[in-house]
Design a protein around this ligand. Structure first.
Ligand code: SF4
Length: 421
């Protein structure tokens, strides 16, 4: 038996139906089970319970065995003096407050049905890709999807933590925060950190200064990236020469060679090409911040991102790898990825910090307007019969798999809870 099942049962059971009896024989009626407490202290607060003839309002503590009260040393903690009921799986020893007052105890062993226990055991004790995959046909998918809105918000909140870190580092500079966060997006998983480091060196002010001079912008970015190879071509020679003519303050110290990784990246994701696409994006007229805040649709964003590259990068993946018969401009799929992973989370974060509901909703609306991502996790859920049609769904399911299915937190999942109804 695990405490999370007891907590779930206590929180969701329909207690109104009947009277129960405490372990020492007192009639007990649960008026309200209280509110789950996520901080230190008793598990539920503000419960209303009639024990015998008296109506009590206070806290409820839950344990598998009653003796855990003493193991956790609650008898010495003033926060537990307001406990009005001890809810346990079994009472292996009576528990007393000061002055030998016995804490009323309700044992759930005789109340939780065998069916619930069996369902729980089956979920917890299998090693399937998602533990519920054998009972998916029992789910009301529409209802489950509604509950997944909370998982999407959780996904945005997780990204907000990354954004908050950057926001703090930039001392609250929104342009610089956005600049670094979008750069992370261009680097995808493998080179996200490297891109952020490059964006730190080549800060937003510097990119604005050279926004209208793409050749100088390229010279600064590639010199700072540490990607220009030794023994070079006309193109790299030209970049170095331009770089040397720039004012000292506009020449950031280069990153060490090897910060950008090529390992397991396809040519279309080679860092050189992604940097060229990033620079193309940065050379769009106007402020980055205004462009993002005023964005209205994925199509609008694709039009900004998917632009032909200039000269050298038209037919190169890197300084040494030619791209023959391949369009090197950023594609729509990549624009969608950026929108999902960088733009929408930024809108949500900005809306959260500035208390702007419309912007938070815009982040959700943008994902609702895009088709679901296609990757092994989403394909796996699809094959099991989960309807994942939009990017708002796929983002929520990616989080669900990592933070709920893999950790067997089925009692907190909008599909899982249906198994226990
Ligand atoms: S968390 Fe939800 S989807 Fe995942 S295994 Fe549990 S019940 Fe299934």
């Amino acid at each position: 038996m695990k405490e999370d099942l007891l907590q779930y049962f206590w929180r969701t059971h329909n207690w109104k139906d009947r009277l129960y009896v405490t372990t020492n024989g007192l009639p007990i009626h649960i008026v309200t089970p209280g509110i789950l407490n996520h901080d230190a202290g008793p598990d539920f607060s503000n419960a209303k319970i009639r024990i015998g003839d008296e109506l009590w309002v206070g806290n409820v503590e839950i344990h598998v065995r009653s003796s855990e009260w003493y193991i956790h040393r609650h008898q010495y903690d003033p926060a537990y003096r307001t406990v009005i009921l001890h809810v346990v799986w079994t009472e292996d020893q009576p528990v007393f407050m000061d002055e030998n007052i016995r804490i009323p105890c309700l044992a759930l062993k005789s109340i939780i049905s065998k069916e619930i226990l069996d369902n729980y055991e089956r979920l917890m004790n299998n090693a399937l890709w998602v533990p519920c995959q054998n009972v998916v046909n029992r789910f009301d998918m529409e209802k489950g999807l509604l509950g997944m809105n909370a998982r999407l918000v959780e996904k945005f909140e997780d990204k907000s933590a990354v954004l908050q870190h950057i926001f703090d580092k930039t001392k609250g500079d929104w342009n610089e925060t956005l600049h670094r966060f979008i750069a992370r997006g261009f680097g995808l998983n493998v080179n996200g950190d490297a891109f952020e480091l490059l964006a730190e060196k080549m800060n937003y002010q510097l990119t604005q200064k050279y926004q209208h001079d793409p050749v100088k912008l390229e010279a600064i970015a590639f010199s700072a990236s540490g990607l220009i190879p030794d023994g070079n071509s006309d193109h790299t020679e030209k970049l170095w020469q331009i770089y040397q003519t720039l004012p000292h303050n506009d020449r950031p110290t280069p990153l060490a060679q090897g910060v950008f990784k090529f390992f397991r990246t396809r040519p279309s994701n080679f860092p050189g090409l992604r940097i060229a696409q990033w620079l193309k994006f940065l050379s769009n007229p106007g402020s980055l911040f205004d462009t993002v805040i005023n964005l209205n649709s994925p199509i609008e964003f694709s039009a900004i991102i998917c632009q032909p590259l200039d000269e050298f990068w038209k037919n190169h993946f890197s300084f040494t790898a030619e791209a023959k018969n391949f369009s090197t401009q950023a594609g729509k799929d990549f624009a969608d990825l950026l929108l999902i992973n960088s733009i929408a989370p930024f809108l949500f974060f900005y809306g959260k910090i500035t208390d702007n509901y419309e912007l938070r909703q815009k982040a959700v609306d943008l994902l609702d307007a895009m088709k679901a991502e296609s990757n092994s996790v989403i394909r796996g859920f699809h094959q099991l019969g989960f309807p994942i049609n939009f990017a708002s769904h796929s983002q929520a399911f990616l989080l669900l798999k990592k933070k709920y299915c893999d950790r067997k937190r089925c009692l907190e999942c909008p599909f899982g809870v249906q198994i226990f109804k």
